[in-house]
Write a protein that binds this ligand. Sequence first.
Ligand SMILES: CC(C)(COP(=O)(O)OP(=O)(O)OC[C@H]1O[C@@H](n2cnc3c(N)ncnc32)[C@H](O)[C@@H]1OP(=O)(O)O)[C@@H](O)C(=O)NCCC(=O)NCCS
Length: 117
Amino acid sequence: MAAVGDAGVIGTVELVWRSRLDRTAEIGFVFNPDHGGRGLATEAAAALVNWGFTEFGLHRIYGRCHGRNAASARLMARLGMRREAHHVASYLFAGEWADQLVFAILADEWRSRPVAG
Ligand SMILES: CC(C)(COP(=O)(O)OP(=O)(O)OC[C@H]1O[C@@H](n2cnc3c(N)ncnc32)[C@H](O)[C@@H]1OP(=O)(O)O)[C@@H](O)C(=O)NCCC(=O)NCCS
């Protein structure tokens, strides 16, 4: 799913099936920093999470990011995702061992989350 504004495509969010049996998908997002800091990525990601749970009957959605990717971690926390893991030096990133954070949310948790406003 691409987020489109007056300036054209400003970012993308994706939901990838990881297990049909477990009804689990992984969310990912990339936004142009020129359009960051306004909640647009959060809004787009929330719409996709909602779509996954309501239209596709998903049970669990998770997301992963680099251990130093604070903006991504904050975004997933804002969605109500729980930080479930911090894998230390678990993968190679730009030639160096990097930590990886894993966030997740279940369908029941999404449905019962407090809605702002
Ligand atoms: C991850 C990424 C999309 C986050 O971008 P972002 O600009 O922080 O996200 P948003 O557009 O949702 O904006 C949220 C920020 O706007 C602020 N904000 C302002 N108005 C807001 C509103 N109405 N609603 C929500 N947030 C708002 C939030 O407080 C937040 O700032 P903070 O993180 O400093 O607290 C971006 O950093 C990115 O593309 N990174 C590179 C790709 C990447 O790392 N992807 C993840 C790998 S899995």
